[in-house]
Design a protein around this ligand. Structure first.
Ligand code: COA
Length: 325
């Protein structure tokens, strides 16, 4: 039976020019390259220049995704931006990106699910496209996370970086075959009982300030693999697939130990995991589209491949998306 499917048409990325290595950090705070590498797999991160905004990074990634898709900005009628570091409290940073791209029709809004933001944004766009309300969406993850880090807190500041990634998603009427392209299954979860395990200690209605990232690292780590595994199982079951069917596993790039743990539980060959955490660190909502763009750019992810994404972040929020590329 024919059905509307959300098909990925292209992807793009943007990374700020400045690279901050672990060795650079060791000159600023009491840490070592060895500690960071062993605990996280991170070797370096990109840092936005002064005055370089989330909207500018998101726009650059969106332009590259449009180019890769061969689609004109005027053909986009939905922009969903996942970010925890908007340019301003309001308006949504998505409308700045919309204006930068010269789009005056359709809708643009921000979505906040911290490191799970891209998975939540892609699922949101998928539902709008499948429902027939919009035809082509830009789903973007963009973060200037360096701006909300406490650079005196070595337990958090070594973990994050800045950047943006984007995908163009198009509603296509397909014939319902098992080999059809598009988003096959999505699964989102949240549990606010854990909201104080990873949070920012400021905000418009509480302190009137932006605040800084605070995290109970071991507690986040303790929950990560179990929660991620549960949502992956639910997503695969929804689509009638097994872990062994997956061509590429594109996890949120928080920590090499967490993503290896999830892949091991799935029984996946390490060659099938897309890893960028070593070069980008944790770019929160931008990490999955940055990884997608890397793996599409170097020819690993190809049309027809089965791609599984997952993420977990503050809230806690977590989720997974299964796509036939
Ligand atoms: N450099 C050197 N030492 C550091 C350090 C750093 N950057 N950060 C913390 N330490 C020290 C601590 O002070 C502590 O010292 P102590 O034993 O003398 O008190 C020691 O290292 C161990 O700290 P702990 O927090 O228990 O380390 P850990 O093994 O749990 O590793 C994380 C810390 C953050 C790497 C780990 O908990 C983690 O990866 N958590 C998940 C974080 C994450 O991915 N969050 C994002 C989710 S979206």
């Amino acid at each position: 039976m024919s059905q509307l499917r959300s098909v990925i048409r292209g992807c793009g990325a943007y990374l700020p020019e400045r690279i901050l290595t672990n060795q650079d950090l060791a000159k600023l705070i009491d840490t070592t390259d060895q500690w960071i590498t062993e605990r996280t797999g991170i070797k370096q991160r990109h840092i936005a220049a002064e005055g370089e905004l989330t909207s500018a990074m998101g726009t650059a990634a969106a332009r590259q995704a449009l180019k890769h898709a061969g689609i004109d900005a005027q053909d986009i009628d939905l922009i969903v931006l996942a970010t925890s570091t908007p340019d301003q409290t309001f308006p949504a940073t998505a409308v700045t990106i919309q204006a930068e791209l010269g789009i005056t029709h359709g809708a643009a809004f921000d979505l906040q699910a911290v490191c799970s933001g891209f998975v939540f944004a892609l699922t949101t766009a998928d539902n709008f496209l499948k429902g027939g309300q919009f035809k082509r969406a830009l789903v973007i993850g963009a973060e200037a996370f360096s701006r909300i880090l406490d650079w005196q807190d070595r337990s958090t500041c070594v973990l994050f970086g800045d950047g943006a990634g984007a995908v163009v998603v198009e509603a296509q009427m397909l014939n319902g075959a098992a080999t059809d392209r598009g988003i096959l299954a999505t699964c989102l979860r949240s549990d606010g009982r854990y909201r104080d395990k990873l949070f920012v200690d400021g905000g418009p209605s509480s302190t009137g300030t932006v605040g800084h990232v605070r995290m109970d690292g071991p507690e986040v780590f303790r929950h990560a693999v179990t929660k991620i595994s549960e949502v992956i199982d639910a997503t695969l079951a929804q689509a009638g697939h097994k872990a062994s069917d997956i061509d590429w596993f594109v996890p949120h790039q928080a920590n090499k130990r967490i993503l290896d743990g999830a892949a091991k539980k799935l029984g996946l060959d390490p060659e099938r995991i897309i890893v960028t955490v070593d070069k980008h660190a944790n770019t929160s909502a931008a990490s999955i589209p940055l990884a997608l763009s890397t793996a599409c750019g170097d020819g690993r992810i190809k049309q027809g491949d089965l791609v599984l994404m997952e993420a977990m972040g503050g809230g806690f929020t977590w989720g997974a998306v299964l796509i036939r590329w």
